[in-house]
Design a protein around this ligand. Structure first.
Ligand code: IVH
Length: 675
């Protein structure tokens, strides 16, 4: 690029970033995803670092955030509120550590202590306390001046109005992050939708919008939360960041329980890995982790450059959001006949995976989000779940973008659909006569957690269906070698392997068989509960169970109970169960001798963290042997949380919910009392 071109590119980037900042900070209405913003910002920063003579004082890289809004009085921060430098890969993290060590004159091999914290995705706030009393709360604004939001801050329960101490310090400034738990965010959006108000794009955006309300009563209703992460410029309460946070906690501030002191950058990278894994289970959004040199003397020696400290670094997680365009909206038919609207997208890489389809959940969601064909939409991937369309960037909607109507007929078998649950759910009532439902049912039937027929993929299932060999999942057990060989690209060896796998699947545990039936909302855990409660190999108990009897089982609610009863009253299902039992050798659960004596029978457990003497599977097995039930996530019905090393957010959540916490020692004790 020649210099003129670079000048133009820089000018263009600055203009674009300013425009995005305006929308983000002042209108609480982002125009692009965070990842896209970060990419533009990084591009500008890189160009400016290559051509420092082109840096101007008004470049967005030289400022911290948006200008304070006109609606609130402004406050000058006693100490500027800066930002953090971002790293997006391990290499940059290592380079940061190396730079810091060089500046501090440490010898090679010496490791620094880092305090690691999740990077909370909310908004930064500065709180000033005089004689132990909260006097002001201010947003970051442009880093020098923020907005006085004291009245609104006072409605947040996590923020102490006076600090807990018999001898409070004369003056302190505490900084931290105001955030909105994911559940609260969803509730706000549901309410907003009902009243026709603005839907928020993400919890941070919703937190900012909730805080910057002119009426504090509205803020109060939003149930914002707060984590403290810094005591500003004050070494009276310990010489490390860790000690300062401990002091803040003892004064009554909330400090994130996931924070951890580590040695060296390897410890930081390990922290990053663990938190990234836990990310989707946390009750609040985070977008990375922050590493801070723990020693305050070293922090001071390193100081700051322009907008960020040299002693701290944000290590951002890979973006899970991207924007792309909707090419079409189609309805996909699932195993139980439910039609789900799916957006076909211009393929886009999100967090390392190419995404070309994203779910819109149901027609109600599609309308709520106002998604049109042709729209630019934000796509989110979270963990292993199917990518979803978060929102349409309606400002970019092209002329002629089309809204889609709910279908009247099944797109696969053309049967008229039925509308359920207040018209939110659209269902094809054609059962296995609908090819889509049959294919999905067979895929479920043969899956690992069900009959576990190895080596039978979607393509072969489809070929066997088209050839007319599979009309129900049970037809698998009458497949012949000749039939298999008539399928395109099926060799003798594969056919034999498949027949062996089918043969092997005939010996099956009762719970897997129940799961394989594909009863609506009966997942693996519910199937286990049912097998324990009705342990007969011919399913007679379960088939004859009444609604009341089912609902009396802990863990089974009225909806699931209804699905079970309705499943067994359908003649097609009755036939399938009857035939299936003829083909299979069902292994019933071993009756634990403890069924009547164990105090853990029927108790619900969740496991978190690493146990030293057991793998998770072993612990789960031991609990099942005691008659307990093991779930993956905490609910109000969880009785115990079994906690290993590095427990993650579940521990905090369990404490909040008042769930009994069992550590490994207590667990061993339980085991020894159960045998
Ligand atoms: S420390 C000198 N710790 O990230 C900056 N910031 O890009 C000191 N943030 O404005 C900030 N979690 O809003 C710090 N554990 C954490 C954080 C955190 C989130 C936010 C904060 C800040 C931005 C910096």
């Amino acid at each position: 690029m020649n210099k003129q071109k670079i000048i133009e590119t820089i000018a263009h980037l600055r203009e674009k970033i300013r425009h995005l900042d305006e929308a983000y900070y002042n209108n609480d209405a982002p125009l692009v995803t965070d990842a896209e913003y970060d990419a533009l910002f990084e591009q500008l920063k890189t160009l400016e670092s290559e051509y420092p003579d082109l840096i101007t004082a008004d470049s967005p890289t030289q400022r911290v955030g948006g200008t304070p809004s006109q609606s609130f009085a402004s406050i000058v921060h006693p100490t500027p509120m800066l930002s953090l430098d971002n790293a997006f890969d391990e290499h940059s993290v290592e380079a940061f550590d190396k730079r810091a060590k060089e500046r501090l004159g440490l010898i090679d091999g010496e490791a620094l202590n880092y305090f690691c914290e999740p990077k909370l995705d909310g908004l930064a706030i500065s709180l000033v306390y005089e004689q132990g009393q909260l006097v002001t709360g201010a947003t970051r604004g442009d880093g020098m001046r923020g907005e006085n939001v004291t009245q609104n801050i006072r409605t947040i329960h996590d923020i102490p109005l006076s600090i807990k101490s018999s001898n409070p310090p004369k003056y302190i400034e505490v900084r931290g992050e105001i955030y909105l738990p994911k559940a609260q965010f969803e509730a706000i959006n549901r309410r907003a939708e009902a009243t026709g108000e603005k839907i928020f794009m993400n919890p941070r955006n919703a937190a900012a919008g909730s805080l910057r309300q002119l009426d504090p009563k509205i803020t109060a209703k939003r149930k914002l939360r707060f984590f403290a992460y810094q005591l500003v410029a004050n070494n009276d309460f310990g010489d490390t960041h860790e000690k300062q946070l401990a002091q803040l906690a003892s004064w009554g501030f909330q400090v994130c329980a996931l924070n951890r002191l580590t040695l060296g950058i390897q410890g930081c990278l390990q922290f990053y890995k663990e938190i990234l894994e836990e990310r989707d289970n946390l009750p609040f959004e985070i977008d990375g982790v922050v590493y801070k040199i723990n020693d305050l003397v070293l922090q001071k020696r390193l100081g700051f450059i322009s907008r960020a400290p040299r002693f701290a670094l944000a290590h951002k997680f890979p973006a899970q959001e991207k924007s792309t365009t909707v090419l079409a909206i189609e309805f996909q038919v699932g195993r139980t006949g439910i039609l789900t609207p799916v957006a076909r997208l211009n393929p886009v890489l999100v967090g390392g995976t190419m995404v070309s389809n994203a779910t819109l959940h149901n027609v109600h969601e599609m309308r709520r989000k106002d998604i049109h064909i042709g729209d630019t939409v934000v796509i989110r991937r979270a963990g292993d779940v199917i990518p979803e369309v978060v929102m349409a960037l309606t400002a970019q909607r092209p002329a002629g973008a089309k809204m889609i109507k709910a279908p009247t007929h099944c797109p696969v078998c053309h049967t008229p659909v039925v509308f359920e649950s207040g018209d939110t759910t659209i269902r094809c009532p054609n059962g296995w006569r609908c090819q889509a439902q049959l294919q999905e049912s067979i895929a479920h039937f043969v899956s690992r957690k069900a009959m576990d027929v190895r080596g039978l993929g979607g393509q072969v299932i489809l070929q066997l269906m088209v050839a007319g060999f599979l009309k129900t999942p049970i037809d698998l057990y009458t497949l012949t070698e000749e039939q298999l060989l008539s399928i395109e690209r099926m060799g003798k060896k594969s056919a034999q392997n498949l027949l062996n796998a089918i043969e092997k699947s005939r010996t099956v545990s009762l719970s897997k068989l129940i799961y394989a039936l594909g009863i609506r909302e009966v997942g693996e855990t519910t199937a286990k509960v049912l097998a324990e409660r009705y342990p007969d190999a011919d399913l007679s108990g379960l088939q004859g169970a009444s609604l009341d009897a089912l609902q009396a089982i802990p863990d089974i609610g009225p909806v699931v109970a209804k699905h079970i009863v309705s499943y067994f009253s359908d003649p097609q299902h009755k036939r399938m169960v009857h035939q299936l039992l003829n083909y299979c050798d069902v292994v019933v659960p071993k009756k634990t001798q403890l069924t009547h004596t164990s105090p853990w029978t029927g108790k619900s457990f969740v496991i978190t963290g690493t146990l030293s003497g057991f793998s998770r599977e072993e612990a789960k097995e031991a609990l099942l042997q005691m008659g307990a039930i093991v779930h993956n996530s905490l609910t109000s019905k969880t009785d115990y949380l079994l906690v290993g090393d590095k427990p993650g957010s579940k521990l905090e959540k369990a404490r909040e919910k008042g769930i009994m916490i069992v550590d490994e020692v207590a667990f061993l004790d339980m085991l020894s009392h159960s045998t």
